[in-house]
Structure formats: structure tokens, C-alpha cells
Design a protein around this ligand. Structure first.
Ligand SMILES: Cc1cc2nc3c(=O)[nH]c(=O)nc-3n(C[C@H](O)[C@H](O)[C@H](O)COP(=O)(O)OP(=O)(O)OC[C@H]3O[C@@H](n4cnc5c(N)ncnc54)[C@H](O)[C@@H]3O)c2cc1C
Length: 439
């Protein structure tokens, strides 16, 4: 690993440069090695840390159940042993390509990247795994101390320290991260209010029945949830510390800590400077190729064809997607054969409510609720034209695994079986002897 304290040699001109040293970037480097690439790999990231996991930051770390020692992906010696030159604390500010840029001739993807501190990183192959940046609220007072974001390790450390001393916490945004933070704060005995501008919680990701369940469940646990409510300003004291949150109806919620969890925007600045096509993310194809076929991109920064149906484009922000797409990108860079993409999956732990999602529900025209939401153990299965697309399982790991297996193996899960909690879903799978549980 290379930090700021010692000079970094230029990346060997024959190697791969991966910009963005997190979930996707690390996986891309590891997959290159697994696929037999022995040429130099440089993994450069602007954060001053070796790649680490983000999911625990809003869960175990924020609630105090764990510290940061367990978030690193790899032991420090791993990078050197694997021949991966990890450059941390360096933001790539520009990239110049030396090939013709159309991917049709050798060296088309080669060039040199420049970092903010003036380092030059030459490369023969380039991959962008630059992730997403948290959206900020453009309202007065957004810069006050105590108005916190939660995307990276430094955010989490700041937030946890402030949470310790806070009594009244307002969470702006009722998506996954906001609700995880709210659950952690509530679990620590804080007075918590969630303010969501949409009419339901997690509205971009789950069906109405799930939103309604989570609304009731968070309220049962003592969290106040305001829907269809917009924040218009934050108020502060003379020392520049937040004291309140002004709502669109004029109400002022007292607050000594605010967590802003209103989504993340893909980091497309480098890709745009390279002339790559970008929409809501860097546009890539099923092989993780950008509009310059010599350059790949993976993870939260991309928008891609739907991984299950191939129809339309989606931008997925999940560990599973970052890992799978990075592996695809590595294969593409090496000219290795395309491998089948695994079924997407995701999880969100909001206190004791463990949500697991298998598949993608986009485009569903029907859903089945399996079990009783009031029991806090149930599952929602989504169908299109009678075909199972996805399931959201709350505190139901067996159903989640059964659905993931069914989707992986292409086994039908009849609606009637899904609707009857008395019929174990895995009994549907045993009808197909080749159905094995995914790892
Ligand atoms: C608090 C939190 C909780 C989450 N919980 C879950 C969960 O429970 N389940 C789940 O599936 N997913 C979860 N996620 C999402 C998951 O962590 C992301 O999908 C995953 O991190 C995406 O990996 P990535 O490598 O594509 O992008 P990122 O993790 O965003 O990493 C991109 C990296 O690139 C760096 N970078 C950007 N531009 C440059 C540049 N020009 N030069 C150098 N470096 C650059 C960034 O600093 C960053 O370190 C969570 C995310 C957060 C923030």
C-alpha cells in the first residue's frame, strides 16, 4: 500500500489503472489476478484508506456494535502480495488517452492519468470504479455543524461522535441509509424524527406494502416519521451548530444532529471529460464497456442494461452489483469469455428488521404477500406475467434464499405456493434436483 508519506513510482505503462479504490475497484483488481492477469495493476483512490466496506457504517458501526477494525476488506499485506499497487489519498483529476479512442486498435485504451498532487499514472488499460457521491440539500443552513452526510468512513466517524452527545436527531430522507441511521439512533435511546418528501418510505426501491410495514414498524419503535414533508432550511446557533429543521409547513423541529440521507449521485466527471456517454451514470453495456469499448466501468457509477431482463437501463447501488460488474469488467479487459451474471441481491438492516432482497422488482405487474406483516416476518414476491422477478424478505432468511435459488436456477415459484406460508418455498425447489442454494 502506498500512502502520502512516500513517493509513488509511476504505474508501469503496460498495466491496468483502476480509478476508485472501493468495492468495485478492489474486486476488479482481484478478478484480474484470478483470471490470470500478471501485468501491473494500479488501484488509485482519493480516500486516505485502503478499500473498506461501507454497509457496516450505517449499521453496526453507527449503533456502536462494532468499531472500524473490521471494515477493511483485506489485510495490509494483501496488496503487495497480490502485486496490486494501491495508491491512496490521490484523486485522479484528468486522463489523457494515447490511442485512437475507438477501441479498434491495440493500445486504444492506453494513456496517462494525472492526480491532484501531480502524479502521473500511465496505463495500458483503464477502468473507472468511481462510485457515487452523497446528494446534499440545497437549503439555507446546510453547511451548519451537525448537519451530517453518511457515505464514507470519515462521515461515519464524525456522525458517531456527534450521535453520542445528541439528544434530538432528525434524519432527512426515508431511504435505506436514512432508515438504518434512524434505527441506530433510536436504538441508542435518541429522540428521532425521519422527514421524507415522498408519500412513502423507500419508495424508489420497494412496494407499497413494504413501505407501509416499515412506517408502522419504525413508529412502533418510537421513531417519528413525517411523510410528504420537505425540509426548507436548517437553523443554527451563534457558533454555527445546527439547532433545528424548518419544514415546508413552517414547523421547526428542534435538532442537535441532522443526518441527510437523500441519495447519491454517480461520479461521472472523469467519464464526461473523457467524452464517454453518461446519463444517470456512466453508460455501460452488458460487458461493462463504456461508449469507448476500450474503457470499462463498474459499480455505483454506472447505468447498465437490466441484469436479468436486458431491457431498459438501471443504476444499481449495491455490494452485489459492484462485485459482479467488476468481475465482468475484468473479464472484458482481458478478452476473457463473458460469464453469466448472478441474480442481484441486497440487504438493509434497520435495527432488528433484517430486509433481504433477491432479484429486481422493476416492471412487476403483480405481487404476493407471504405471511403476516404484523408478525414482522414476511415476504413479498413480485411477478410479471406470472413469472417471478424478485422478493423482499423481512426477517425471513429461508424464503429469501429459496427465492434467490429459484431465480438463479430458473425454477418457477407458483403464485399459489408463494401465497401459502404453510408451504415451505424450498419445497418448490426440491421439485428440481439441479436446484442448489447460491453461495
Ligand atoms: C452507509 C452505506 C451503507 C450501505 N449499505 C449497503 C447494504 O446494506 N447493502 C448493499 O448491498 N449496499 C450497501 N451500500 C452500497 C454499497 O456500499 C455501494 O453499492 C458500494 O460501495 C459501491 O461500490 P463502488 O466501488 O462502486 O463505489 P464507492 O464505494 O462509492 O467507491 C468509489 C470510490 O472511488 C473514489 N473516487 C471517486 N472519484 C475518484 C477519482 N477521480 N480519483 C480517485 N478516486 C476516486 C471514491 O472516493 C470512492 O472511494 C451502502 C452504502 C453506504 C454509503
Amino acid at each position: 500500500m502506498v500512502g502520502d508519506e512516500r513517493p509513488v513510482p509511476e504505474a508501469a505503462a503496460g498495466g491496468t489503472l483502476i480509478v476508485g479504490a472501493s468495492q468495485a475497484g478492489l474486486q476488479l483488481a482481484v478478478s484480474l489476478r484470478q483470471l490470470g492477469d500478471s501485468s501491473p495493476i494500479t488501484l488509485v483512490g482519493e480516500e486516505p484508506y485502503a478499500p473498506y466496506q461501507r454497509p457496516p457504517l450505517s449499521k453496526e458501526y453507527l449503533s456502536g456494535a462494532s468499531d472500524l477494525t473490521s471494515v477493511d476488506f483485506r489485510a495490509p499485506g494483501f496488496y503487495e502480495e497480490s502485486g496490486i499497487d494501491l495508491v491512496v489519498g490521490e484523486r485522479v483529476t484528468g486522463v489523457t488517452l494515447s490511442g485512437n479512442g475507438n477501441g479498434s486498435m491495440a493500445g486504444a485504451g492506453s494513456g496517462v492519468a494525472l492526480t491532484a498532487s501531480g502524479r502521473r499514472l500511465p496505463f495500458a488499460r483503464l477502468a473507472l470504479t468511481v462510485g457515487a457521491a452523497p446528494r446534499r440539500l440545497a437549503v439555507p443552513g446546510a453547511e451548519l455543524a451537525g448537519v451530517c452526510l453518511l457515505r464514507d468512513r470519515d462521515d461515519a466517524v464524525r456522525l458517531r461522535a456527534r450521535l453520542h452527545d445528541a439528544a434530538r436527531v432528525v434524519v432527512v430522507g426515508g431511504g435505506f441509509i436514512g432508515l438504518e441511521a434512524a434505527a441506530a439512533a433510536r436504538g441508542l435511546g435518541k429522540e428521532v424524527t425521519v422527514v421524507e418528501s415522498a408519500a412513502r418510505l423507500m419508495g424508489r426501491a420497494v412496494a407499497e406494502v413494504l413501505s407501509a410495514f416499515y412506517l408502522a414498524a419504525h413508529r412502533r419503535r418510537g421513531t417519528r416519521v413525517l411523510l410528504s414533508t420537505t425540509v426548507t432550511a436548517f437553523t443554527g446557533d451563534r457558533d454555527g451548530r445546527v439547532t433545528g429543521v424548518r419544514l415546508d409547513d413552517g414547523t421547526l423541529l428542534p435538532a442537535d444532529l441532522v443526518v441527510v440521507g437523500v441519495g447519491a449521485a454517480p461520479r461521472t466527471e472523469l467519464a464526461r471529460a473523457l467524452g464517454l456517454v453518461c446519463e444517470d451514470g456512466i453508460v455501460v453495456d452488458v460487458d461493462a464497456r463504456t461508449s469507448n469499448p476500450a474503457i470499462c466501468a463498474a459499480g455505483d457509477c454506472t447505468t447498465q442494461p437490466h441484469p436479468m431482463t436486458g431491457e431498459g437501463r438501471v443504476r444499481l447501488e449495491s455490494v452485489q452489483n459492484a462485485v459482479a460488474q467488476a468481475h465482468t469488467a475484468a473479464a472484458t479487459l482481458l478478452g476473457a469469455p463473458r460469464q453469466a451474471r448472478p441474480v442481484p441481491w441486497f440487504w438493509s438492516h434497520q435495527g432488528d428488521l433484517k430486509l433481504q432482497i433477491a432479484g429486481l422488482a422493476i416492471g412487476h405487474d403483480d405481487h404476493v404477500v407471504r405471511g403476516d406483516p404484523d408478525s414482522e416476518r414476511f415476504c413479498v414476491l413480485y411477478y410479471r406475467g406470472g413469472t417471478l422477478l424478485a422478493a423482499d424478505a423481512v426477517n425471513s432468511p429461508a424464503d429469501y434464499m429459496a427465492v434467490r435459488t429459484a431465480l438463479t436456477r430458473g425454477v418457477a415459484v407458483p403464485r399459489e405456493a408463494a401465497a401459502d406460508p404453510g408451504v415451505p418455498l424450498k419445497s418448490v425447489l426440491t421439485a428440481r434436483p439441479d436446484a442448489v442454494l447460491p453461495t
